[in-house]
Design a protein around this ligand. Structure first.
Ligand SMILES: O=P(O)(O)OC[C@H]1O[C@H](O)[C@H](O)[C@@H](O)[C@@H]1O
Length: 517
């Protein structure tokens, strides 16, 4: 065991003791004993405010997690990230996604930005549609940004995305478009991804007039047929799920109004400065990481739900899912030692208020507690002005209901007051009671501007990194996706008429026989 491992083990004993102290404390009680709880557990960062007062922890618990952060060498790892040191140790790479959005980037980054802007200006008058093909990190980020910033979209340019290798996706993507006025953008860091290349072959054969690519393997894109002048590079030091700031978002540079993409980068850079410079105790991504870790590793909540109460952020949970689960869904420490506790929870969610009418039932009355992260847009909103208060009322009500609940006795009394008989009320009370005491965070963006969106997404990137540091893992590799890819290649050959692999198991063999084309 290294000295760091020993220090972290010791700090964990203290964190676990704090968790045991607070395990049976009702959230409402925490407010009763601390009149300044809201102020002391609300944190600000550029464009973003977060209130953690409805989480099951107090200042003492947070201070204990801070000792874990120093045992885990949080300051040192953060410095390494921003120094461009090799933090992705299994692949021998830096993780410099922050450099791609820097205010004064190096020449190679600025050069691509300038080429993207020039390309955007040149191509806009020629097209009325863009088909963006990519998957995972080459899809989820730009898809979210295009959806979130719809009011800033250029009129007259339709944007379609396809990722899935189920042909329905790409068939939908070109449906009704005029190839003579369509720009196809093929996005793949490696330019080897089966799904993206299969979709790209199909759309290229359909005959789009314009073709561009975004990749960290420009020679492969050119060999595939993208004109060299339309290949926009990014670099192996930008992880796929951290890449939306790069040429991966060429679609945003073209389809959003002039300057919007730069504003997104600027907002992210503001969050970078905050994360880089603020001490742990005032650092929003770091504190939020500590709370994520507290919920997962100290209190044992296996999942959490991210619920944006903003329709324009409806794609946020999907993007966040890849970011967090592909980064921190790991089983060993940086040194390859099996983890004693999980490094991250299952991330899932959907936009409110829709989510209230589908799965919130379980959040309120299911046996397992699922911490919820609410995100609201406190700035101007689109559509009918009277809707604004309704969105906020619902978000606040859900968070409050999760916390305060309603006892069976209270439910019974309410029913009797409304005229139910004693027997009927007694029978229904257990069904109509809520345990409450369920944790949530309330976060607010100052607007749904490109800057605020950039800051929010960068906040999540840094939180993911900070959580990885607290868990002692490498968040920048994804070896777990490789095995399935290798097997898919072998099975594809068998499905297309070749022999099944010699070591095939009986179940897969039976399915191969059934599904063979
Ligand atoms: O951008 P690409 O090289 O096509 O990769 C697309 C995606 O596929 C891989 O399987 C990885 O798991 C993702 O991290 C990546 O974003």
């Amino acid at each position: 065991m290294t000295a760091t491992d020993i220090a972290m083990k010791h700090a964990w004993t203290q964190v676990a003791a704090e968790a045991a102290r607070l395990h049976n404390t009702h959230l409402s009680q925490l407010f009763a004993t601390d009149p300044v709880r809201v102020q002391s557990l609300t944190f600000d960062a550029p464009h973003l405010k977060a209130d953690f007062s409805k989480q099951r922890l107090d200042k003492a618990a947070l201070a204990t997690i801070a000792t874990l952060a120093s045992a885990a060498q949080f300051d040192e790892w953060r410095a390494k990230l921003f120094a461009g040191d090799i933090v992705n140790t299994t692949e021998g790479r830096a993780a410099k996604h922050w450099l791609v959005r820097a205010k004064s980037p190096p020449a190679e980054v600025q050069n691509v930005r300038d080429r993207m802007a020039a390309f955007a200006q040149r191509i806009r008058p020629e097209i009325n549609a863009i088909v963006h093909l990519g998957i995972g990190g080459s899809d989820l980020g730009p898809r979210l940004v295009i959806d979130a910033l719809k009011p800033l979209r250029i009129q007259g340019i339709e944007v379609r995305f396809a990722a899935n290798v189920d042909g329905a996706d790409v068939a939908d993507a070109i449906e009704g478009l005029d190839p003579k006025r369509t720009l196809l953008i093929v996005v793949s860091k490696t330019f080897t991804t089966q799904e993206t290349l299969a979709n790209a072959e199909f759309v290229r054969a359909w005959g789009p007039a314009y073709l561009a690519g975004a990749t960290a393997a420009p020679e492969k894109a050119v060999a595939w047929g993208v004109p060299a002048e339309n290949v926009f590079e990014f670099w192996d030091w930008v992880g796929g799920r951290y890449s939306l700031w790069s040429s991966v978002s060429l679609v945003c540079a073209v389809a959003l109004q002039e300057g919007a993409f730069d504003r997104l980068l600027n907002g992210a850079a503001e969050m970078d400065n905050h994360f880089r410079d603020a001490p742990f105790a005032k650092n929003l991504p770091a504190i939020s990481a500590a709370i994520q870790m507290w919920n997962r590793e100290a209190l044992g909540h296996r999942t959490y739900a991210a619920i944006p109460y903003a329709e324009r952020l409806r794609l946020l949970p999907g993007w966040l899912q890849q970011l967090e689960m592909e980064s921190n869904g790991k089983g060993v420490t940086r040194n390859g030692v099996a983890l004693e506790r999980a490094a991250s929870a299952v991330t899932w969610g959907a936009a409110g208020t829709n989510a209230q009418h589908s799965f919130f039932q379980q959040l309120h009355q299911g046996v397992d507690e699922v911490p919820v992260e609410f995100i609201v847009n406190a700035g101007p909103q689109e559509g009918p002005p009277s809707h604004r208060a309704k969105v906020f009322a619902n978000a606040l009500a859900q968070a409050r209901a999760l916390m305060v609940g309603k006892s069976a006795a209270q439910a019974k009394a309410e029913m009797i007051a409304k005229g139910a008989s004693q027997a009927e009320a007694a029978q229904l009370a257990p069904h109509r009671g809520f345990t409450g005491n369920r944790a949530s965070t309330m976060m607010a963006l100052d607007a749904l501007s490109p800057e605020a969106l950039g800051a929010l997404l960068a906040f999540y990137e840094h939180r993911t990194f900070a959580q990885a540091v607290l868990a002692g893992i490498n968040p920048f590799d994804q070896w777990g996706v490789e095995l399935g890819k290798e097997m898919a290649n072998a099975l594809l050959a068998a499905l297309e008429g070749g022999n099944p692999p010699a070591d095939i198991d009986p179940s897969t063999a039976a399915w191969l026989r059934q599904l063979r084309t």
